[in-house]
Design a protein around this ligand. Sequence first.
Ligand code: SF4
Length: 227
Amino acid sequence: MRVLDNIPIQLDLEEVKGQLRLNTKAGSSSDVRELVGIAESLIQAKAVYEVSYIGQRGEDTVEVNGVTFTSRVLRVNLDKVGRVFPFIITIGKALEHEASSCNDLLRQFYLETIGDMALRFSRQYLEEYLKRHFGLGQLSRMSPGSLKDWPVTEQSPFFSLFGNVEELIGVTLTESMLMIPRKSISGIFFPTEVMFFSCQLCPRKGCPARKAPYDETLRKKYGLNDE
Ligand code: SF4
C-alpha cells in the first residue's frame, strides 16, 4: 500500500476562469485568484494506490490481488494485462464544508467547481507519478460505478484491496456506496495501447462530463447487451 499524502495542487487561473464561466473583465482576475487561494488553503489532496496483479479470469469476472470483480468490460480490458494500479484519491473535507456552509450560492458553485478541478488535477498527478515510477506508457482507467456493467456495489470489494482506507487517507464508504468526503474518486489504472473511456460505452445523452463519443460498435465488441 502506498500513500501520496501531500499532492501539490497547481490550478491554472485562466482554466479556472473558463470553468467558472467568468469573463476577463478587470476585477475578475483578482476575485478568481482570491477564490483559488481560499480553495488551495483548504484542499488536502491525498492518494493511496496498490501495485496489484491479475489472477483468475472468468467469463465476466477478473481477480485483482485475490479480490474478484464482476464486470465484462473490466475483464476484457485486463485481458492482456498482468499488473494494474487500483487507487483512491481525495481532496479532503475542508473545502466541501466551506462550500456547503456558504450562503452565497454562486460562491458555493465556484468553490465546488474548483474542488472538482483539484480532484482532476490530483488524478492526473497520480497518473504521471505512476508512469514515471513504473516506466509505464499509456494508461487508461475504470471506476466502480462508472458503467452499469461495473456497478457501484463493487466499491465494497474494491475498498477491501486497501485495508483501512480511513486510516490511510481519511476516506470512508457509506452503506449506499458513496465516498466521504464527497470529493473523492476511486478506480483502476491499467496499461493500454488503445485509450479506453467508459463514456464510449455509456449511452447517456447530454452528459456534461462526457470524454469520448458513445460507440455502439464498441459496445458490441465488448459483448454488452442493449441498455
Ligand atoms: S458519459 Fe457521463 S455518465 Fe456516462 S460514463 Fe461518461 S461521464 Fe459517466
